[in-house]
Every structure is written in C-alpha cells, then in structure tokens.
Design a protein around this ligand. Structure first.
Ligand code: AMP
Ligand code: MG
Length: 328
C-alpha cells in the first residue's frame, strides 16, 4: 500500500494505491485570480495550508477506517522548487514518523504510469500533454525516450497563457474548450511543425493579437484549438509511423480535451493502432499518479534516505530508469 504525495505546481494531492488499485485520491488546486499566472511562493503557501487536511482525508476510508501505508512516495520533480519542497517535506516527515521507505517519483513518468495502469497498452507511443510537458515518447533501453516534443512552450502553457490574456477563468484549457464549442470561423493562424517537433509561441502570439484586435473570443478559441491540436496530431502521426508502435497512450492535463482526443484517436485509427486515453478524472496532476508510480518504482528497488531526498525542479523524462515498461 503506497501513499503518494503530489505538489509539483498548482495541485497538492495525496492518494492511497493498494496493489495497483486507486483507493483514495484527494486533491486541492491553487487557483490564481483571472489574468495572473501561478506565483510559485503563493502556490507553495496554498500547499502548506491544505496539506494536513488532504493527507488526513487520503488516509481515511469512507467508513472511517485509517489506512497504514507501507511506502511513502513523493513527486521529486520536475516542477516549481517552492512547491516541490512542501510535498517532499510532508513525505519525509511521514516516512520518518511511520518508519516507512521513501520513494522519489518523476512527475512526468507518473502521468504515463497512471495512464498505462488504467489502460491495456504494453509498449506504446506515449503522448504526454500537460502544463509541464508536450512530448511523444517511446520506451527503449530502460527509459522513456523523447521522439518528438515542443521546441518552445507546452500545449498547456499555450492554453493557459491565452486564457490569462483573455481573462478567462482558470484552467485556461477548460475555458478555451468551452468557448471553442461555440466558434465556427477558422482564422488564419500560424502552423509550425518541424519533423516530429512542434513550436507554439508564434501561434500563441498571433491568437492573442487577434483577440486584442477584436476577433470574437469564441472564434479565436476554436481556431487556436484546431491549429494547435492539428500540429500535435501531425507530429504524433509521423512519430507513430516511424517508431512502428501499434498503441497510442495519451496522458496529462490537456488530455481532458474532447476535441484533441477525437483528433488523436482518428490518427491512431488510420494506422490500426489501439488508442488509450487516461480517464479525465486522472488526467491532471493528482496524488494517484504519484502513488501509482511509487508502487511500481518501489517494486523495482527505488527508495531514498531522508538525507538524500532532494527535489529536482528540472528533470527530463529520459534521465529516469523505468524498468516496469514494456508491460508483460
Ligand atoms: P497538468 O499539468 O497535467 O495538471 O495539466 C494542466 C494543464 O491541463 C493546464 O494547462 C490546463 O489548462 C490543461 N487543461 C485542463 N483541462 C483541460 C481541457 N479540458 N482542455 C485542454 N486543456 C486542459
Ligand atoms: Mg502534470
């Protein structure tokens, strides 16, 4: 039984996973005022305030029974330093008080682990799309290898930054999705794909400019989604063909978007690949992804002493050994 603690950015979460099953998953998210981004210190203060309550709820079953986790996992990175340190501090305190092993988890690997655990993929092309990542990955020689990625900002950033400029309620991705459903006109926005990579900053600037010049926000949201998601779909299609995988797994907060899901699913279908999408409930940052990944990592020998339990704000996916993929 693993207690997982997430605190890399906007969300402080805690979850109990037992034998691969998600038992509890309690999350509280810091929401800055409209128009303002996440200030790392403010988010970390939020995490301090909610942490005790979140953990207390996560270790309690609906009938009041208290769980006794065998291991404590925490998101060691990548993420915002002040936020990461809150989760790590809570995890260290629990591990030493309960005398349990402490397991560091890579937040991006954890997004893929929960998506893989809840689907049936064995050795897929993984598409990780979130606030921190936009990447296509395949597993090779013990690690997730980045086959294509964004050359500048992530897809989550595009949607969040547009949302802030247009003063939409956070998270930007959800607001853009809602407004896009009422847009019809495809505006002329830049489309930048280079091989297996995408670049989004020109698209974001153009969309923001169009909004400020008076183009209707619904049409701008519709066009932003169509262009940004088509770019990603093209890069995913090329990666899928070149890597010869026959499964696609989509994970991360932006995977909640139904239009994007539709596009990626049609790419998979065109190439006779099975398509697995993380359930919306577990797409964004959450304790369950950390508990899930921590259980797998611990079974493969990962643990760290309190003294060595650093946080790693910048940590690439391909720096982490992931011996539990491909699955049997
Ligand atoms: P994560 O870092 O995995 O929690 O993902 C956060 C990102 O997911 C943020 O950029 C959100 O704007 C984005 N997001 C959340 N819901 C949606 C949605 N329905 N459509 C697109 N993006 C979304
Ligand atoms: Mg994330």
């Amino acid at each position: 039984m693993c207690l997982g603690i997430e605190s890399t950015a906007h969300t402080f979460g805690a979850s109990i996973v037992n034998d691969g099953r998600i038992i509890t998953n309690v999350n509280r998210t810091y929401r800055p005022p409209p128009g303002i981004g996440i200030h790392p210190r403010k988010a970390s203060e939020h995490h301090v305030t909610v942490s005790e309550d979140v953990v207390a709820k996560a270790i309690k079953s609906p009938n009041g029974h208290q769980f006794h986790p065998d291991i404590i996992a925490y998101a060691a990175g990548p993420g915002l330093g002040p936020c990461l340190r809150i989760g790590a501090t809570v995890a260290r305190a629990l591990a030493s008080f309960l005398d349990r092993p402490l397991v560091p988890v890579h937040h991006g690997v954890a997004h893929l682990d929960i998506a893989m655990s809840l689907g049936k993929a064995r050795d897929p092309l993984a598409v990780l799309i979130s606030g921190g990542h936009t990447a296509m990955l395949v597993h090779l020689n013990n690690r997730w290898r980045v086959y294509g990625e964004t050359q500048d900002i992530t897809l989550g950033n595009v949607l969040d930054m547009f949302g802030r400029e247009a003063k939409l309620p956070p998270p930007g991705g959800r607001s853009v999705e809602d407004l896009a459903k009422r847009g019809h006109r495809l505006l002329d926005l830049p489309y930048t794909v280079k091989g297996n990579d995408v670049a989004y900053s020109g698209l974001l600037t153009a969309a923001v400019n169009m909004f400020h010049k008076g183009a209707g926000v619904e049409d701008v949201c519709f066009s932003l989604q169509e262009i940004a998601f088509s770019m990603l779909s093209e890069a995913v299609e090329r990666s899928l063909v070149q890597t010869r995988r026959d499964e696609v797994v989509v994970a991360g907060g932006v995977a909640a978007n139904s239009r994007l899901r539709e596009m990626l699913e049609s790419v998979a279908k065109d190439h006779d690949a099975s398509f697995y999408q993380v359930p919306v409930e577990y797409s964004g940052d959450c304790g369950a992804q950390i508990a899930c990944s921590g259980s797998l990592a611990f079974k493969h020998g990962a643990k760290v002493s309190n003294a060595d339990s650093y946080v790693i704000p910048r940590w690439r996916m391909d720096e982490v050994d992931v011996p539990w993929v491909p699955r049997n």
